[in-house]
Every structure is written in C-alpha cells, then in structure tokens.
Design a protein around this ligand. Structure first.
Ligand code: 13P
Length: 254
C-alpha cells in the first residue's frame, strides 16, 4: 500500500479581516514554517489571500482558497477565477463544501466543472462530500456520498490522482459532534473503494482523504490514526494558532 502524506488544512470560512488574518498567519508561521512531515494549508477568505500569501511566503505552509468560478474570466460579477488564485500563489482550493452546497445551491455538476478548471490551472482541489443527519438516520449515507463522488469527480481521467477528498458529515460541522473514529474510518474506506471504481486501485490508494467536522486537538489523534484517514479539514479549531498547531502536531505523530 502507498504511503500517503497527511494533510491538515484550515478552512477559515467567512471569518477574519485581512488584518486579523495576518495576525493568525504570523502566529501559525512561528511554529509551522518548516514542517515537512505533513502538508499544512491555510484557506482564508478571498480578501485575505494576498496578505496571508505575503506572510507565509515560501515557507512550507501552503495557501488555499475556499471557492472559485469555473470560467477563466468574463462577465461573472462577484466571482474569482482559478488563474486569479494561482496569481496569488494559491496551491489549493476547497470545492463543494457543504455550506456552499446548502446555502448557494452548488450541485455535483458545478463542483465537477470547478474541479476541472482548478486542475487545468494548476490548483489542487479539495473536494468535499458528506451526508446530512437525516441521510445518516435513514442509512443512506453511502449512496449519498457515492453519488457526490461520482458526480463531482466525473471525467477527470489521470488528474483524479491530484485531488484531495474531504469527508465532512454535515451533522458534525460546527456542532461539536464528531463522527466516531470507527464511523469515520468506515466511510473513508467506502470512499476509497468508490474512488477505485471510478479509477483504479493504485490511484485510489494514493488519494488523500481528509476528515472534517469538529476535529480538534482532543479528538485528532484517534481519528488521524485510522488507516484511511489522511488528514483533516478544520473549521473552528483552525481559527486560533495554538489549536491549529496542535492539530498539525497530532498529524505528525499519528
Ligand atoms: P468545524 O471544524 O468547525 O466543525 O468545521 C469543519 C469544516 O466545515 C471544515 O471545512
């Protein structure tokens, strides 16, 4: 089996002005500038990307955005393209987060267009999937996640190997409820099996699958030591340097 390098990404969501972002990035940089056992990513708002990009410079901390448009340029008021993100030295972009699916009507088809445009521009997409509480209670979580994966990742060909998948059960996001390590592992193994169906086993074995949903220093070690959990996509606990740094350290030790 392939060794997968763990990846911890902070999704700052709609939090922090450019000034606040600068402060957080500086604090994170103090501890994480030279980490190379784990990939470290911070995803501030669009308005903070430039500032954070300047703070992290060419350290081992990489920059990610939280969304993008699939077109290269044009009359799309309020939107941002992949090349604009690359121009600010973004390496990653989060796509299809459940908040975008729920509040902004993003479908698998839209996520798929974005994923293709991101890859074409040289960005690594972090593609989010995950079921709602209702779907889990009706035991349809595998069907839901399988459809999301097949729709969002359709037609990527060999580029699929570049994608990072984030499993974020909607019921665990920002709620303090976390999937148990067993529940998360079970779904991550299912996701890998589905990725092998879309591509092949070797590709699926190389793809990193992050867990997201109330991950914090107290529960990280157990989640990150599961065989198919290759990192975390962190919301709340990424907004403060000490907890984000602790999560990266947990990933190094896992
Ligand atoms: P929380 O860590 O705040 O639950 O958020 C998870 C998430 O949505 C990351 O993208």
């Amino acid at each position: 089996m392939k060794m997968r390098k763990k990846i911890i990404a902070g999704n700052w969501k709609m939090n922090k002005t450019a000034e606040d972002s600068k402060e957080l990035a500086q604090a994170i940089k103090l501890d994480l500038a030279n980490v190379n056992e784990v990939d470290v990513v911070v995803c501030p708002t669009f308005t903070s990307l430039d500032t954070v990009s300047n703070v992290i410079g060419d350290t081992n901390i990489k920059l990610g955005a939280q969304n993008m448009h699939w077109e290269a340029e044009g009359a799309y008021t309020g939107e941002i393209s992949a090349s604009m993100l690359r121009n600010l030295y973004c390496h990653y972009v989060i796509l299809g987060h459940s908040e975008r699916r729920e509040y902004f009507g993003e479908t698998d088809e839209i996520v798929n267009k974005k994923a293709k445009a991101a890859i074409a521009a040289g960005l690594i997409p972090i593609v989010c999937v995950g079921e709602t509480l209702e779907e889990r209670e009706s035991n349809t979580q595998e069907a839901v996640v399988s459809a999301q994966l097949k729709g969002s990742l359709a037609g990527l060909g060999a580029s699929l190997a570049k994608v990072v998948v984030a499993y974020e059960p909607v019921w665990a996001i920002g709620t303090g409820l976390t999937a148990s390590p067993e529940q998360a592992q079970e779904m991550h193994a299912f996701i890998r099996k589905t990725l092998a169906e879309i591509s092949d086993q070797a590709t699926a074995d190389g793809i990193r699958i992050q867990y997201g949903g109330s991950m914090k220093p107290e529960n990280a070690a157990e989640l990150l030591s599961q065989p198919d959990i290759d990192g975390g996509l962190i919301g709340g606990a990424a907004l403060k340097a000490p907890s984000f740094v602790a999560l990266v350290k947990a990933a190094i030790e896992a």
